[in-house]
Ligand binder design. Structure first.
Ligand code: NAD
Length: 332
């Protein structure tokens, strides 16, 4: 079994080579994204392995199919970047890693909340410059605050448990009723109430046509003035231009992002010697109450080990013609 990895970094290579000792597949690693011009490089391989910002639309799947690729392996949970209908039509199986460490993303969510609130990033710099003044660093107690979670799946639930430990009141909205969330003490509610009553809103739902720009000018208008908004899910859940307006009007007082709708041209690369052309992103950076990390919420050693193990097991199941536990299919 020969597998070509796209968008790979040194850390992907390290974990996959280590875990592959138990599987013995032939793995080759490319740094380039999968796109129209790089899809042809899959000639001679049996499967391709991709990540969050690889485009796997119908034309690219067509090129992969022409190279006899029968398996598309996602080394991530989200699959919004794949045209599942086109894959099915070309008989290309698609597998993913549905869960590798909900703790990694939930804990990063708390890192964003705590940093925005207590301004530890600013304090770190001040102290190093010998500035011990506290003005501008005032936060608030998380204890007693209302946090609204949109999406109560694996990550949403771990986030809820952590927040309950801080003494927060947790409101939750999901399209599926989840009994575990009630057992933890999450108060299930509709989206309108969640937006209206939450001091902090954190997004943990997938990107789908229904959730695209779920945060927009209209929904921002329903939120409490001074709300904190956190997105560690997928960038396009948020209409960035509407959020910028919300920040300027001070309707949104804190914004924490690990994902950004146009992140494909930016994240995971060192662009420190380049001029960043994305004016919307640069406007976001100009606010002192905006904290952005570059899609690193998943990035713990525990998660990377699990991603490698589950990905390689998905490939092994396909090779051994076993049922694909982690297959993703287009909904009917
Ligand atoms: P999950 O499938 O366990 O949970 C998602 C939940 O969202 C489900 O309970 C689902 O019913 C709910 N949902 C679906 N549509 C909804 C809607 N319209 N409104 C409200 N809820 C809705 O997924 P998960 O493992 O908890 O991951 C959540 C998201 O986190 C993923 O879709 C992915 O985009 C993102 N993610 C980000 C990173 C990162 O590094 N930043 C890493 C992993 C996952």
């Amino acid at each position: 079994m020969k597998v070509l990895f796209y968008s790979s970094k040194s850390y992907d290579k390290d974990f996959f080579i280590d875990r592959n000792q138990e599987f013995g597949f032939t793995l080759e690693f490319l740094e380039v994204h999968l796109n129209k011009s790089t899809a042809i490089l899959a000639k001679g391989y049996d499967a391709v392995c991709v990540f969050v910002n690889d485009t796997v639309d119908a034309p690219i799947l067509q090129v992969l199919s022409e190279q006899s690729i029968g398996l598309l392996v996602l080394r991530c949970a989200g699959f919004n970047n794949v045209d599942l209908k086109a894959a099915a039509a070309l008989s290309i199986k698609v597998v993913r890693v549905p869960a590798y460490s909900p703790y990694s993303v939930a804990e990063h969510t708390l890192a964003l909340i705590l940093t925005l609130n207590r301004k530890t990033h600013r304090a770190y710099n001040r102290i190093r410059e010998g500035n011990f003044a506290l003005t501008g660093l005032m936060g608030f107690d998380l204890n007693g605050k209302t946090v609204g979670l949109v999406g109560l799946g694996k990550i949403g639930l771990v986030t809820a448990k952590i927040l309950k430990g801080f003494g927060c009141k947790v409101l939750g909205y999901d399209v599926i009723k989840n009994e575990e969330s009630e057992a933890i003490g999450v108060e299930l509610t509709d989206l309108e109430t969640l937006f209206a009553c939450s001091d902090i809103i954190s997004l943990h739902c997938p990107l789908t046509p229904q959730t695209h720009h779920i945060i927009n000018q209209q929904t921002i208008g329903k939120m409490k003035k001074g709300v904190m908004l956190i997105n560690t899910s997928r960038g396009a859940l948020i209409d960035t231009k509407a959020v910028i307006k919300g920040l300027k009007k001070e309707q949104i007082s804190y914004l924490g992002l690990d994902v950004y709708e146009e992140e494909g041209d930016l994240f995971f690369e060192d662009l420190s010697n380049k001029v960043i052309q994305d004016d919307t992103f640069m406007r976001l950076l100009s606010f002192n109450n905006v904290l952005i990390t570059g899609h690193q919420a998943f990035f713990t050693s525990n998660a990377l080990k699990n991603i490698a193990d589950i990905t390689l097991q998905n490939i092994a199941d396909y090779t051994n013609k076993l049922p694909l536990q982690n297959e993703v299919k287009a909904s009917a």
